[in-house]
Design a protein around this ligand. Structure first.
Ligand code: EPZ
Length: 418
C-alpha cells in the first residue's frame, strides 16, 4: 500500500508548471474514436485516468501510442468494437464518454452502467435524454446500458442541468448526425470549448461552445488533427491556494487566467496578492487573510472541484467562512478528515460553516476522492507534525507528479510504500 506523508513546510516559493487538463484530456481521447486518420494530442497529463482511457480506446480497436511523455498518437480508422468492459468502466466512470462517439461511429454502443462515487450518485439521465432525442433506442439490463440507432437525426435538446459530461457526450453523438442539433442550457466549461475546437479541427461544424446554446451541424466524415490540450485550471487553482495557505509566493506557469477567474477573485477577497501576467499567475499570501464565503456553481461560477481545497484555507482564516456546494450532493467527505486535524467545521445540508482555528495538527487521514485528497495534502503543509494520507490512488488519478511539483516549491512531502 502507498501513502503520501506531508510535514509542516515553510512558505512555498517558486514556479510550478501546470499540466494539460484531466477533464479535457478524457473527453478528447473519447472523441478520438470519431477520427479516421492520425490524431496527435499534445500536453497530455500523465495520469492514471488517462492511462485507463487509452486502455478503453485500445480495447475498442483504436491504435494508441505514446510519441513522447506528453504526446499521444491515436488512429481509430479500424474501430470495430462497440462494447466496453465492466472492469474498465468500474474503474473510471469517465469511460462513459465513449458512448456518444461509438453511437456516431458504429450506430451502437454498450457499456456497464457507471456506478456512483464518493461525491454523489452521478446519474446519466441527461446523457440518455440527448441520445434518445437524436433517435437512439436505449436498453438497460443486467447492469449494462446499450444505445442503438440506424441513423442519428439532429434535434433541439434542452439540458435540465448544464451537465459537463452530458454536453460532451451529446455533442459527440450529434457531430455527424443528419441535420442540425441545438443544445440548450449546455455546460460552458472551458473543457467543452476545447472539445468543440478539437471536433471542428477533425472537420466538425460546431458553433457556440462556451455559451449555453451550442449549434451542431452534422458532417459526413471526420479526419485527423493535431491538438494541444488546455492547461488544468483545477491543478492551477490547487497550487494557488497552496501559496495562500502557506503564506508563500508561487508563480503558476502555463495557465489561462480567464479560466480561473472565480479562484483569483476569492483569493484577492481573502487578502492575497494575485498578479496575472500572460500565461502565468503569481499568488502571494499574507499573514492577515480574512474569512470568505464560496458557493459552487456550474462555470463560470466558482468550480466545485476547488471547494475542498478552499475549505482547507478557510479552516485557518480569522472569522467564520461558509462553503455552499450546489453541484454535487455529497461533496463534503473531506470535512471529517479535516476535523481529525483540528478544523472547526459544521455541516448544515449543502452548507459547511467553517470557524477559523489557530492551527491544524497532522494526523493519519484518508482521501475519499480526487479533490479531497489534494485538500489533505494542502492541510498537511501547514499542520503541526506529520499528516499520513491513505487511498492516494484518488490523487494519482488527477494530479500529474504531485510530490515532485510540491517538493520543488519547498514542501516536505514524500510517498512511502508499506
Ligand atoms: C465533470 O463531471 C468533471 N469530470 C468533474 O470533475 C466535475 O466536478 C464536474 O464535471 C462538474 O464540473 C470530468 O470532466 C471527467 P456533471 P460530470 O455531469 O460530467 C448532475 C474532478 O474532480 N447530472 O456536470 O460527471 C450530477 O448528478 C471531477 O475532476 C444529472 O443529474 O459532471 C451532478 O449533480 C469530479 N444527470 C451535476 O449534474 C446527468 O445526466 C454535475 O454533473 C448528468 C449529471
Amino acid at each position: 500500500m502507498e501513502k503520501i506523508l506531508v510535514e509542516k513546510s515553510p512558505p512555498l516559493k517558486g514556479n510550478v508548471r501546470i499540466s494539460g487538463a484531466k477533464n479535457a484530456a478524457l473527453p478528447l481521447l473519447a472523441a478520438s474514436l470519431l477520427g479516421t486518420e492520425d490524431i496527435i494530442l499534445e500536453d497530455v497529463p500523465k495520469l492514471k485516468d488517462v492511462e485507463l482511457m487509452c486502455e478503453v480506446l485500445a480495447s475498442l480497436g483504436s491504435r494508441v501510442e505514446y510519441l513522447e511523455d506528453d504526446i499521444i498518437k491515436i488512429n481509430s480508422a479500424n474501430v470495430n468494437k462497440y462494447e466496453t468492459s465492466y472492469e474498465l468502466m468500474s474503474k473510471m466512470r469517465a469511460s462513459f464518454l465513449v458512448m456518444g462517439p461509438l453511437l456516431t461511429r458504429l450506430g451502437k454502443t454498450k457499456n456497464s452502467l457507471p456506478g456512483g462515487c464518493a461525491i454523489g450518485t452521478r446519474p446519466i439521465d441527461l446523457h440518455l435524454k440527448g441520445f434518445r432525442a437524436l433517435g437512439a433506442v436505449i436498453e438497460t439490463n443486467h447492469g449494462n446500458i446499450g444505445a442503438y440507432a440506424d441513423k442519428l437525426i439532429g434535434d433541439k435538446i434542452y439540458l435540465d442541468f448544464p451537465s459537463v459530461g452530458a454536453t460532451e457526450n451529446i455533442m459527440m453523438a450529434a457531430v455527424m448526425a443528419e441535420g442540425e442539433t441545438i443544445l440548450d442550457n449546455a455546460a460552458m466549461e472551458p473543457e467543452i470549448t476545447d472539445l468543440a475546437n478539437f471536433l471542428n479541427k477533425l472537420g466538425g461544424d460546431i458553433k457556440g461552445a462556451g455559451t449555453s446554446t451550442i449549434r451542431i451541424k452534422g458532417v459526413k466524415k471526420l479526419g485527423g488533427c493535431r491538438h494541444a490540450i488546455i492547461p488544468d485550471r483545477i491543478e492551477a487553482g490547487t497550487f494557488m491556494v497552496a501559496a495562500a495557505i502557506t503564506n508563500g509566493d508561487i508563480i503558476v506557469d502555463n495557465v489561462i487566467s480567464n479560466h480561473i477567474k472565480p479562484v483569483i477573485a476569492k483569493l484577492r477577497e481573502a487578502g492575497c496578492t494575485v498578479i496575472e501576467n500572460g500565461d502565468s499567475v503569481r499568488v502571494i499570501g499574507s499573514e492577515n487573510l480574512k474569512a470568505i464565503d464560496i458557493k459552487t456553481l456550474p462555470y463560470p461560477g466558482f468550480p466545485t472541484d476547488m471547494q475542498a481545497q478552499f475549505m482547507v484555507l478557510m479552516t485557518l482564516l480569522d472569522g467564520t467562512s461558509v462553503a455552499i456546494e450546489t453541484v454535487f450532493e455529497n461533496r463534503f467527505m473531506h470535512v471529517d478528515e479535516l476535523k481529525r486535524m483540528g478544523a472547526d467545521i459544521k455541516i448544515d445540508a449543502r452548507s459547511a460553516i467553517v470557524t477559523g482555528v489557530k492551527a491544524l495538527t497532522g494526523a493519519p487521514v484518508k482521501a475519499s476522492d480526487l479533490r479531497a485528497g489534494a485538500a489533505l495534502v494542502l492541510a498537511g503543509l501547514v499542520a503541526d507534525g506529520v499528516t499520513e494520507i491513505e487511498n492516494i490512488h484518488h490523487i494519482d488519478r488527477g494530479y500529474d507528479g504531485i510530490e515532485a511539483k510540491f517538493s520543488k516549491l519547498g514542501a516536505r512531502i514524500y510517498r512511502k510504500t508499506y
